[in-house]
Design a protein around this ligand. Structure first.
Ligand code: FE2
Ligand code: FE2
Length: 344
């Protein structure tokens, strides 16, 4: 015997268990154990398992698979027209390209920002499976690991895009400060916002980035590889959201809808500040003096494009609508729609 704890051959379990704990087994109401042992059905466990397989199949490396020693080609667009909406403005091709590059850089920054709180929340909910379904635990640990990698990728490309653009671009939002504010809201609201983001990521890639043949190849590849992971993440968002939703009372859920609306309004306030900053950067670097009215028009258009990218394209996604309506019904959806209408 290597330690001073006696091994007693009785029916209370193996000796190594009794060495760890000298007291009786934890009662079933032990809060910590219960919180690490979420109930997952067999069908859901199989869904978690499938995301693990998909995650392994698409696993990629930032340098070897995505960047491959390349630089951003400043003669090409970064963000596609379908997202920048630049074709709605009466600008020269060079000016529209510059707008796509500014918005492409902001696109990388916004994902770096939101993925900070997404990772923190996913690490939090993955702990609820620590002593429970191990497929769920592994799927969510992989999810968090992938989001940390995405943040690294977005920081890399943000600085690489910066090398191709004039000085003066600003993105002054602190991801940790935003994450602290977001994580103070209810888990339901943060998971709904996360689902919304991960669904619009896929929509943006399939509908706008992939089909646009005029984009920087590197920019396109970054969001191809990002999309490959996000397809699994949206499945996991839905599983975690529904599992959490089932624990809420109607009153909890009504409060959580209010939290979600608060989060969307907070996102919009960030977009308003960034649209102004990006429009001013465009005006200062587009190579000509813009008339006052035209400057205002461009600034309004930046905000319109950002609201489309980060709020409306996701809110209108059929899968987002179906999942959220399934939880909050017609009345809850009307509350969200009324709040969104004030942003248009
Ligand atoms: Fe991501
Ligand atoms: Fe994700």
């Amino acid at each position: 015997m290597s330690c001073g704890v006696p091994i007693i051959a009785d029916l209370d379990g193996p000796a190594y268990i009794r060495r760890i704990g000298t007291g009786p087994p934890a009662p079933p109401h032990n809060r910590m154990e219960r919180d690490m042992n979420a109930v997952v059905s067999l069908a859901d466990s199989a869904r978690y398992a499938r995301t693990i397989e998909a995650s392994k199949a698409v696993r990629w490396d930032i340098d070897k698979d995505v960047i491959k020693g390349r630089r951003f080609d400043v003669t090409r667009k970064y963000l596609p027209d379908g997202l920048s909406l630049a074709r709605e403005l009466a600008l020269s091709p060079a000016e529209m390209r510059f707008i796509s590059q500014i918005q492409g850089r902001t696109y990388a920054n916004v994902f770096g920002l939101v993925e900070r709180f997404i990772t923190a929340k996913l690490i939090d909910v993955s702990g609820q499976h620590a002593l429970g379904d191990q497929n769920a635990l592994e799927a969510l640990v992989r999810f968090s690991d992938e989001e940390i990698k995405h943040q690294t990728l977005f920081r890399r490309i943000e600085s690489m895009m910066g090398e191709t653009m004039p000085a003066g671009y600003r993105f002054d939002v602190d991801p940790d400060a935003v994450a602290r504010a977001v994580l103070a809201k209810s888990t339901w609201s943060v998971l709904v916002l996360t689902l919304h983001i991960e669904l619009f990521v896929q929509l943006h890639y399939r509908q706008s980035i992939e089909p646009d043949s005029e984009l920087s190849e590197l920019f396109k590849d970054v969001f191809l590889f990002h999309w490959k992971d996000e397809a699994q993440h949206a499945v996991l968002d839905e599983l975690e959201l529904k599992r959490h939703d089932a624990t809420l009372s109607p009153e909890d859920r009504a409060r959580a809808i209010g939290d979600f609306i608060d989060l969307v309004v907070a996102v919009d306030s960030i977009l308003q500040v960034q649209a102004k900053a990006d429009a001013a950067y465009f005006a200062a670097n587009c190579g000509r003096t813009m008339k006052h009215m035209e400057g205002d028009l461009v600034a309004r258009h930046f905000l319109k494009a950002y609201r489309w990218q980060y709020i409306f394209s996701g809110a209108g996604h059929p899968r987002f609508q179906g999942i959220v309506k399934g939880m909050i019904g017609e009345v809850g959806m009307k509350r969200i729609e009324a709040a969104l209408a004030t942003l248009a």
